[in-house]
Design a protein around this ligand. Structure first.
Ligand code: AMP
Length: 442
């Protein structure tokens, strides 16, 4: 399947060629024709599957065909949970839309609104926004949504995790009821399904890469190591210069900061990214990491969600997550787009139960590396297991991160659904993936 077969217009095909995309990813192949037919879509897909282009390309094509004279009203709204994702989506619209003449801008909180309101004043066809700043600018009457024809809700499950669901509902209440809606979520817990049901009209279901199968392309290993030795082990392993860039995950902001300080002290270029950092500091850390000025990015799960770094070779789980699906999300940052990746996990005595849960989810044993300079002593293994944690989590909120099981329940039957493991996911060519940060697609 080629992009030409999807009946894309020449200005978009030309842009995709510049990006080095030779063929659509499975979610693009499934979604683009559906969206071009003006159908609603329920997409169950993680970042890394090409989902941004799956909605951005047809939005650009439909708006291009529906040319407007005079001042530009906002005709497409993309709502996404974090500034990082908003910026990345903006970059995608810049790349794919550069020959269409359509304009877009990105609005998010944590920074001055001036540049954003200036861009809005000039008129944009497409608005990419995080919920809080969007509502804020709507209340100040800088943004009007009555002309929106296409609405994308991106990472719906993350919106829920981050406590944005009421803001999302407030935004939806302001949209015209006659519109096309595209709904994306990595997992489909009941609350999210309910929201999807309430805002979609006869949607086509598209599902790719169930969480537990994304790990196929990634070489995984685990090191048993005492909590107090993890720092030394990390520095030791990073001594391997073949590791060009690594994303290190921790459970807490505090640990992220401490490791970053330790790495920097030992001469390794590292930066931390987490919720306590200002938006600008987070974006700067991410940009430096992408441009390879920083070798190691230390991140908490929320901050790293959706981070898209081309060619990331190594992910370290400095601390194992207590929700097993988070492990799959974390290691999915590497091994993207059919490239190989390496995921190394550190497991101390207290984390053995987490490891057990993870291995159950991915239905395989992670190979243990025994020969390393900081092996555990007998006493280090003595902590009690914590296996009950996940059941408790599910019962409380009715929501869990259990992507694979919930995905299996929903959307996988019928002609319109799609399942695709990473093994067949070799759709990325060695193209030019340079991205710009400018706000409009000229
Ligand atoms: P996403 O899932 O939208 O975060 O996309 C993941 C990565 O895949 C991004 O770096 C995109 O630039 C890249 N990508 C998206 N579609 C294609 C394609 N058809 N061919 C090659 N790379 C792609």
């Amino acid at each position: 399947m080629s992009f030409e077969k999807l009946n894309l217009i020449e200005p978009i095909l030309r842009a995709l060629q510049t990006e080095g995309y030779t063929k659509p990813t499975p979610i693009q192949e499934e979604s683009i024709p559906v969206i071009l037919k003006h159908r609603d879509l329920l997409g169950c897909a993680q970042t890394g599957t090409g989902k941004t282009a799956a909605f951005a390309i047809p939005i650009l094509q439909l708006l291009y065909a529906d040319h407007v004279q005079g001042p530009k009203p906002i005709r497409a709204l993309i709502l996404t949970p974090t500034r990082e994702l908003a910026v990345q989506i903006g970059e995608s619209f810049t790349a794919y839309g550069k020959h269409t003449g359509l304009k877009h801008t990105v609005v998010y909180g944590g920074v001055s609104q001036h540049a954003q309101t200036e861009a809005l004043r000039k008129g944009v066809d497409i608005l990419i926004a995080t919920p809080g700043r969007l509502l804020d600018l709507m209340s100040q009457r800088f943004i009007h949504l009555q002309h929106v024809k296409m609405f994308v809700l991106d990472e719906a499950d993350r919106m829920l995790d981050m406590g944005f669901i009421n803001d999302v509902k407030k935004v939806i209440a302001k949209l015209p009821t006659k519109r096309q809606t595209l709904f994306f979520s990595a997992t489909m817990p009941p609350v999210i399904m309910k929201l999807a049901d309430s805002i979609l009209t006869e949607p086509v279901n598209v599902e790719v890469t169930p969480a537990s199968s994304t790990v196929d392309a990634i070489t995984q290993s685990v090191y048993f190591v005492a909590k107090g030795d993890k720092r030394s082990l990390l520095i030791h392993l990073l001594g391997d210069r073949a590791i060009e860039s690594a994303l290190v995950f921790t459970r807490t902001k505090h640990v992220a900061d401490r490791i970053t300080r330790d790495l920097v002290k030992s001469g390794i270029k590292a930066a931390a990214i987490h919720g306590n950092k200002s938006q600008n500091a987070r974006q700067a850390a991410l940009n430096n990491f992408k441009s390879k000025q920083t070798r190691v990015l230390v991140a908490t799960d929320i901050a790293a969600r959706g981070i898209d770094v081309d060619n990331l070779s190594h992910v370290f789980n400095y601390e194992l997550p207590n929700v097993p699906e988070t492990y799959v999300h974390r290691i999915g940052r590497t091994g993207r787009a059919g490239l190989s990746g390496v995921a190394i996990s550190f497991c101390d005595g207290e984390e053995r139960a987490y490891l057990k849960d993870i291995q159950k989810l991915i239905t395989r044993q992670i190979p243990v590396v025994e020969a390393h300079p900081f092996p555990m002593k007998a006493g280090d293994f003595s902590s009690a297991p914590v296996v009950e944690k996940r059941e408790f989590h599910q019962k409380r909120g009715g929501h869990s991160h259990s992507g694979s099981s919930q995905q299996k329940q929903k959307g996988s039957s019928g002609n319109n659904s799609y399942k695709q493991g990473n093994k067949n996911n070799k759709w990325k060519s060695k193209g030019n993936h340079k991205k710009t940060t400018s706000g409009t697609a000229k």
